[in-house]
Design a binder for this molecule. Structure first.
Ligand SMILES: [Zn+2]
Length: 346
Protein backbone atom coordinates (compact mmCIF):
# COMPACT_ATOMS: atom_id res chain seq x y z
CA UNK A 1 0.00 0.00 0.00
CA UNK A 2 0.93 3.66 -0.20
CA UNK A 3 1.45 5.89 2.84
CA UNK A 4 2.54 9.42 3.61
CA UNK A 5 5.85 9.07 5.46
CA UNK A 6 9.12 10.72 6.41
CA UNK A 7 12.46 9.18 7.32
CA UNK A 8 13.97 12.22 9.03
CA UNK A 9 12.63 15.33 10.75
CA UNK A 10 12.87 18.60 8.88
CA UNK A 11 11.19 20.92 6.40
CA UNK A 12 8.30 19.97 4.16
CA UNK A 13 10.61 18.31 1.62
CA UNK A 14 11.12 15.31 3.96
CA UNK A 15 7.52 14.23 3.29
CA UNK A 16 7.03 11.41 0.78
CA UNK A 17 4.10 9.33 -0.44
CA UNK A 18 5.30 5.84 -1.25
CA UNK A 19 5.17 2.12 -0.60
CA UNK A 20 4.75 0.95 2.97
CA UNK A 21 4.09 -2.55 4.39
CA UNK A 22 0.40 -3.51 4.49
CA UNK A 23 -0.83 -3.47 8.10
CA UNK A 24 -2.61 -6.44 9.70
CA UNK A 25 -5.03 -6.04 12.59
CA UNK A 26 -3.78 -7.46 15.88
CA UNK A 27 -5.93 -8.34 18.87
CA UNK A 28 -8.41 -5.55 19.58
CA UNK A 29 -7.53 -3.74 16.36
CA UNK A 30 -9.47 -2.84 13.24
CA UNK A 31 -8.15 -2.64 9.66
CA UNK A 32 -9.53 0.46 7.98
CA UNK A 33 -9.70 1.28 4.25
CA UNK A 34 -8.95 5.01 4.56
CA UNK A 35 -11.22 7.29 2.53
CA UNK A 36 -10.14 10.69 3.87
CA UNK A 37 -7.96 12.21 6.56
CA UNK A 38 -7.11 15.70 7.70
CA UNK A 39 -4.12 17.69 8.85
CA UNK A 40 -3.69 19.21 12.30
CA UNK A 41 -1.04 21.51 13.69
CA UNK A 42 0.27 18.45 15.46
CA UNK A 43 1.40 17.08 12.08
CA UNK A 44 3.66 20.09 11.63
CA UNK A 45 5.27 19.65 15.06
CA UNK A 46 5.71 15.93 14.51
CA UNK A 47 7.39 16.48 11.13
CA UNK A 48 9.75 19.11 12.57
CA UNK A 49 10.55 16.87 15.55
CA UNK A 50 9.45 17.29 19.16
CA UNK A 51 11.90 17.11 22.04
CA UNK A 52 11.43 13.95 24.09
CA UNK A 53 9.54 12.07 21.38
CA UNK A 54 11.59 9.42 19.62
CA UNK A 55 9.72 8.10 16.62
CA UNK A 56 10.18 4.88 14.76
CA UNK A 57 11.43 5.79 11.30
CA UNK A 58 9.98 5.92 8.70
CA UNK A 59 7.05 7.59 10.43
CA UNK A 60 3.55 7.68 8.97
CA UNK A 61 1.90 10.92 10.21
CA UNK A 62 -1.78 11.75 10.64
CA UNK A 63 -4.17 11.79 13.62
CA UNK A 64 -7.45 12.18 11.74
CA UNK A 65 -8.95 9.78 9.22
CA UNK A 66 -12.13 7.92 8.41
CA UNK A 67 -12.85 4.88 6.28
CA UNK A 68 -14.52 1.51 5.89
CA UNK A 69 -13.81 -1.41 8.20
CA UNK A 70 -12.15 -4.18 6.14
CA UNK A 71 -11.29 -6.64 8.88
CA UNK A 72 -11.44 -6.89 12.66
CA UNK A 73 -8.85 -8.44 14.94
CA UNK A 74 -9.55 -10.97 17.65
CA UNK A 75 -11.79 -9.69 20.44
CA UNK A 76 -13.32 -6.76 18.52
CA UNK A 77 -17.10 -6.64 19.00
CA UNK A 78 -18.01 -2.97 18.36
CA UNK A 79 -17.27 -3.05 14.62
CA UNK A 80 -17.74 -5.40 11.72
CA UNK A 81 -16.76 -5.45 8.06
CA UNK A 82 -18.32 -2.63 6.04
CA UNK A 83 -18.92 -0.26 8.96
CA UNK A 84 -17.91 3.38 8.53
CA UNK A 85 -15.65 4.65 11.30
CA UNK A 86 -13.54 7.68 12.24
CA UNK A 87 -10.33 7.73 14.25
CA UNK A 88 -10.24 9.35 17.69
CA UNK A 89 -6.52 9.71 18.25
CA UNK A 90 -6.04 9.74 22.05
CA UNK A 91 -4.55 6.51 23.43
CA UNK A 92 -4.52 5.69 27.15
CA UNK A 93 -3.40 2.67 29.17
CA UNK A 94 -6.87 1.74 30.45
CA UNK A 95 -5.45 0.52 33.75
CA UNK A 96 -4.16 3.46 35.80
CA UNK A 97 -6.17 5.32 38.47
CA UNK A 98 -7.16 8.08 36.00
CA UNK A 99 -8.29 5.66 33.28
CA UNK A 100 -10.22 3.63 35.86
CA UNK A 101 -11.75 6.85 37.16
CA UNK A 102 -13.10 7.59 33.67
CA UNK A 103 -10.71 10.27 32.43
CA UNK A 104 -8.13 8.73 30.10
CA UNK A 105 -6.92 12.20 29.03
CA UNK A 106 -5.20 12.37 32.44
CA UNK A 107 -3.46 8.99 31.94
CA UNK A 108 0.31 9.27 32.59
CA UNK A 109 0.81 7.10 29.49
CA UNK A 110 -1.51 9.21 27.29
CA UNK A 111 -0.35 9.45 23.70
CA UNK A 112 -1.73 10.50 20.34
CA UNK A 113 -1.93 8.42 17.17
CA UNK A 114 0.22 10.14 14.55
CA UNK A 115 2.27 12.05 17.11
CA UNK A 116 3.78 9.45 19.42
CA UNK A 117 2.99 6.40 17.29
CA UNK A 118 2.27 5.47 13.68
CA UNK A 119 -0.41 7.68 12.13
CA UNK A 120 -3.26 7.09 9.71
CA UNK A 121 -2.47 8.99 6.49
CA UNK A 122 -2.18 5.90 4.33
CA UNK A 123 -4.38 3.75 2.09
CA UNK A 124 -4.86 1.21 4.89
CA UNK A 125 -4.36 1.57 8.61
CA UNK A 126 -4.85 -0.45 11.77
CA UNK A 127 -6.31 1.29 14.80
CA UNK A 128 -7.36 -0.07 18.21
CA UNK A 129 -11.16 -0.46 18.19
CA UNK A 130 -11.21 1.81 21.27
CA UNK A 131 -9.87 4.58 19.00
CA UNK A 132 -12.69 4.33 16.48
CA UNK A 133 -16.06 6.06 16.50
CA UNK A 134 -18.94 4.77 14.35
CA UNK A 135 -19.91 7.11 11.49
CA UNK A 136 -23.44 7.01 10.00
CA UNK A 137 -23.38 6.07 6.30
CA UNK A 138 -24.86 9.42 5.16
CA UNK A 139 -21.88 11.45 6.46
CA UNK A 140 -19.39 12.62 3.80
CA UNK A 141 -15.90 11.19 4.09
CA UNK A 142 -14.40 14.68 4.17
CA UNK A 143 -16.50 15.53 7.23
CA UNK A 144 -15.95 12.14 8.88
CA UNK A 145 -12.19 12.32 8.34
CA UNK A 146 -11.61 15.88 9.52
CA UNK A 147 -13.84 16.51 12.56
CA UNK A 148 -12.53 14.30 15.34
CA UNK A 149 -9.40 15.93 16.74
CA UNK A 150 -10.39 19.59 16.61
CA UNK A 151 -14.03 19.17 17.64
CA UNK A 152 -13.18 16.93 20.60
CA UNK A 153 -10.45 19.35 21.67
CA UNK A 154 -12.67 22.43 21.47
CA UNK A 155 -15.61 20.59 23.09
CA UNK A 156 -13.66 19.56 26.17
CA UNK A 157 -12.08 23.02 26.44
CA UNK A 158 -15.43 24.79 26.51
CA UNK A 159 -17.92 22.27 27.91
CA UNK A 160 -15.84 20.44 30.48
CA UNK A 161 -12.80 22.51 31.38
CA UNK A 162 -14.13 26.10 31.09
CA UNK A 163 -17.67 24.79 31.81
CA UNK A 164 -19.33 27.61 29.85
CA UNK A 165 -22.92 28.61 30.50
CA UNK A 166 -25.48 30.23 28.23
CA UNK A 167 -25.18 34.00 28.39
CA UNK A 168 -21.45 34.05 29.10
CA UNK A 169 -19.08 35.81 26.73
CA UNK A 170 -16.34 33.79 25.02
CA UNK A 171 -13.40 35.11 22.99
CA UNK A 172 -11.98 32.61 20.48
CA UNK A 173 -8.50 33.48 19.21
CA UNK A 174 -7.42 32.31 15.77
CA UNK A 175 -10.94 31.47 14.63
CA UNK A 176 -9.73 30.38 11.18
CA UNK A 177 -7.74 27.41 12.53
CA UNK A 178 -9.17 23.96 13.12
CA UNK A 179 -9.70 24.26 16.88
CA UNK A 180 -10.72 27.91 16.56
CA UNK A 181 -13.45 27.31 14.02
CA UNK A 182 -14.80 24.41 16.11
CA UNK A 183 -14.74 26.55 19.26
CA UNK A 184 -16.77 29.32 17.60
CA UNK A 185 -19.49 26.83 16.69
CA UNK A 186 -19.52 25.13 20.10
CA UNK A 187 -19.62 28.40 22.07
CA UNK A 188 -22.43 29.68 19.85
CA UNK A 189 -24.37 26.43 20.29
CA UNK A 190 -23.93 26.73 24.07
CA UNK A 191 -25.71 30.08 23.97
CA UNK A 192 -22.63 32.20 24.60
CA UNK A 193 -21.89 35.62 23.12
CA UNK A 194 -18.96 34.83 20.83
CA UNK A 195 -16.06 37.13 19.98
CA UNK A 196 -13.61 35.85 17.38
CA UNK A 197 -10.26 37.05 16.07
CA UNK A 198 -8.61 36.29 12.73
CA UNK A 199 -6.02 37.90 10.46
CA UNK A 200 -8.13 38.84 7.43
CA UNK A 201 -11.61 40.18 6.80
CA UNK A 202 -12.40 37.12 4.66
CA UNK A 203 -11.62 34.79 7.58
CA UNK A 204 -13.70 37.01 9.87
CA UNK A 205 -16.73 36.70 7.62
CA UNK A 206 -16.38 32.89 7.78
CA UNK A 207 -16.27 33.18 11.57
CA UNK A 208 -19.48 35.22 11.50
CA UNK A 209 -21.15 32.58 9.30
CA UNK A 210 -20.24 29.94 11.88
CA UNK A 211 -21.75 31.89 14.76
CA UNK A 212 -19.40 34.66 15.92
CA UNK A 213 -21.36 37.69 17.15
CA UNK A 214 -18.38 40.08 17.07
CA UNK A 215 -15.19 39.78 15.02
CA UNK A 216 -11.82 41.47 15.46
CA UNK A 217 -9.04 41.64 12.88
CA UNK A 218 -5.99 41.15 15.10
CA UNK A 219 -3.62 42.36 12.38
CA UNK A 220 -5.39 45.72 12.22
CA UNK A 221 -6.52 46.13 15.84
CA UNK A 222 -5.31 45.40 19.36
CA UNK A 223 -7.79 42.69 20.36
CA UNK A 224 -7.59 43.34 24.12
CA UNK A 225 -8.44 47.00 23.54
CA UNK A 226 -11.30 46.03 21.23
CA UNK A 227 -12.69 43.62 23.84
CA UNK A 228 -12.46 46.39 26.44
CA UNK A 229 -14.40 48.75 24.21
CA UNK A 230 -17.05 46.17 23.23
CA UNK A 231 -17.68 45.10 26.82
CA UNK A 232 -17.60 48.49 28.55
CA UNK A 233 -14.22 47.63 30.19
CA UNK A 234 -15.68 44.48 31.73
CA UNK A 235 -13.87 41.88 29.62
CA UNK A 236 -15.08 38.41 28.58
CA UNK A 237 -15.80 35.42 30.81
CA UNK A 238 -13.71 32.94 28.84
CA UNK A 239 -10.80 33.14 26.38
CA UNK A 240 -10.02 30.13 24.18
CA UNK A 241 -6.30 30.45 23.41
CA UNK A 242 -4.24 27.96 21.40
CA UNK A 243 -1.84 30.62 20.11
CA UNK A 244 0.38 30.85 23.17
CA UNK A 245 3.15 33.35 23.92
CA UNK A 246 2.13 35.90 21.27
CA UNK A 247 -1.42 36.33 22.61
CA UNK A 248 -1.27 35.29 26.27
CA UNK A 249 -0.69 38.77 27.78
CA UNK A 250 -3.61 40.23 25.81
CA UNK A 251 -5.74 37.16 26.59
CA UNK A 252 -5.29 37.90 30.32
CA UNK A 253 -6.12 41.57 29.69
CA UNK A 254 -9.30 40.56 27.83
CA UNK A 255 -10.72 38.60 30.76
CA UNK A 256 -13.36 39.91 33.13
CA UNK A 257 -12.65 39.57 36.85
CA UNK A 258 -13.04 35.92 37.75
CA UNK A 259 -12.56 34.97 34.07
CA UNK A 260 -11.08 31.73 32.70
CA UNK A 261 -8.39 31.29 30.08
CA UNK A 262 -8.47 27.82 28.58
CA UNK A 263 -5.50 26.66 26.51
CA UNK A 264 -4.87 23.57 24.40
CA UNK A 265 -1.68 24.61 22.68
CA UNK A 266 1.04 27.18 22.20
CA UNK A 267 1.75 27.55 18.49
CA UNK A 268 3.80 30.72 19.01
CA UNK A 269 5.74 29.43 22.03
CA UNK A 270 5.07 28.01 25.49
CA UNK A 271 6.73 30.55 27.79
CA UNK A 272 5.00 33.94 27.99
CA UNK A 273 5.43 36.20 31.04
CA UNK A 274 3.10 34.56 33.60
CA UNK A 275 1.32 37.79 34.57
CA UNK A 276 0.75 36.62 38.14
CA UNK A 277 -0.23 40.10 39.32
CA UNK A 278 -3.14 40.15 36.89
CA UNK A 279 -4.05 36.53 37.74
CA UNK A 280 -4.36 37.07 41.51
CA UNK A 281 -5.79 40.59 41.43
CA UNK A 282 -8.46 39.71 38.87
CA UNK A 283 -8.90 36.21 40.33
CA UNK A 284 -8.39 34.53 36.97
CA UNK A 285 -8.18 30.83 36.23
CA UNK A 286 -5.68 29.44 33.72
CA UNK A 287 -7.00 26.07 32.56
CA UNK A 288 -5.25 23.45 30.45
CA UNK A 289 -7.05 20.99 28.21
CA UNK A 290 -5.97 18.08 26.00
CA UNK A 291 -8.09 15.96 23.65
CA UNK A 292 -11.23 14.43 25.25
CA UNK A 293 -12.72 11.35 26.92
CA UNK A 294 -14.55 8.77 24.75
CA UNK A 295 -17.86 10.04 26.15
CA UNK A 296 -17.04 13.62 25.21
CA UNK A 297 -15.94 12.47 21.75
CA UNK A 298 -19.27 10.66 21.24
CA UNK A 299 -21.23 13.72 22.41
CA UNK A 300 -19.54 16.18 20.07
CA UNK A 301 -19.27 13.90 17.03
CA UNK A 302 -23.00 13.08 17.25
CA UNK A 303 -23.51 16.83 16.76
CA UNK A 304 -21.16 16.77 13.76
CA UNK A 305 -22.88 13.76 12.20
CA UNK A 306 -26.32 15.38 12.55
CA UNK A 307 -25.06 18.62 10.95
CA UNK A 308 -25.24 20.86 14.04
CA UNK A 309 -21.47 21.40 13.73
CA UNK A 310 -19.60 21.50 10.47
CA UNK A 311 -15.90 21.13 9.81
CA UNK A 312 -15.22 23.75 7.10
CA UNK A 313 -13.06 22.21 4.37
CA UNK A 314 -10.38 24.59 3.03
CA UNK A 315 -8.94 22.25 0.49
CA UNK A 316 -8.94 18.56 -0.51
CA UNK A 317 -5.59 17.23 -1.71
CA UNK A 318 -4.24 13.83 -2.72
CA UNK A 319 -1.90 12.34 -0.10
CA UNK A 320 0.92 12.66 -2.64
CA UNK A 321 0.57 16.42 -2.07
CA UNK A 322 0.84 16.19 1.71
CA UNK A 323 3.72 18.68 1.66
CA UNK A 324 1.38 21.26 0.13
CA UNK A 325 -1.15 20.47 2.88
CA UNK A 326 1.54 21.28 5.46
CA UNK A 327 2.29 24.55 3.63
CA UNK A 328 -1.37 25.63 3.86
CA UNK A 329 -1.37 25.03 7.62
CA UNK A 330 2.01 26.67 8.19
CA UNK A 331 1.18 29.75 6.12
CA UNK A 332 -2.30 29.98 7.70
CA UNK A 333 -3.97 30.08 4.28
CA UNK A 334 -7.74 29.82 4.30
CA UNK A 335 -10.25 28.72 6.92
CA UNK A 336 -10.98 25.36 8.55
CA UNK A 337 -9.58 21.93 7.71
CA UNK A 338 -7.18 20.64 5.06
CA UNK A 339 -8.30 17.19 3.90
CA UNK A 340 -6.02 14.57 2.31
CA UNK A 341 -7.22 11.49 0.46
CA UNK A 342 -5.29 8.46 -0.79
CA UNK A 343 -4.45 9.18 -4.44
CA UNK A 344 -6.42 6.04 -5.37
CA UNK A 345 -9.58 7.64 -3.88
CA UNK A 346 -9.44 10.75 -6.08
ZN1 LIG B 1 -4.08 5.16 32.14
Amino acid sequence: MKAVQFSEHGDRDVIEYGDYPDPEPGRGEVLLDVKAGALNHLDIWTRRGLPGIDLEIPHVPGSDAAGVVLETGEGVTRFSEGDHAAVSAGVACGECEFCRDGDPTLCPHFSIIGEHQEGVHSELTTVPADNLVPVPDHVDWEVAGSASLVFQTAWRMLQTRADVEAGESVLVLGASGGVGHAAVQIANHAGCEVYATASTDEKLSYAEELGADHVINYEADDFAREIGEHTGRRGVDVVVDHVGAATYPDSLKSLAKGGRLVTCGATTGPNPDAGLNRIFWNQLQIIGSTMATPGEVDDVLDLVWDGTFEPRIREVLPMSEAARAHEIIEDREGFGKVVVKPDSEL
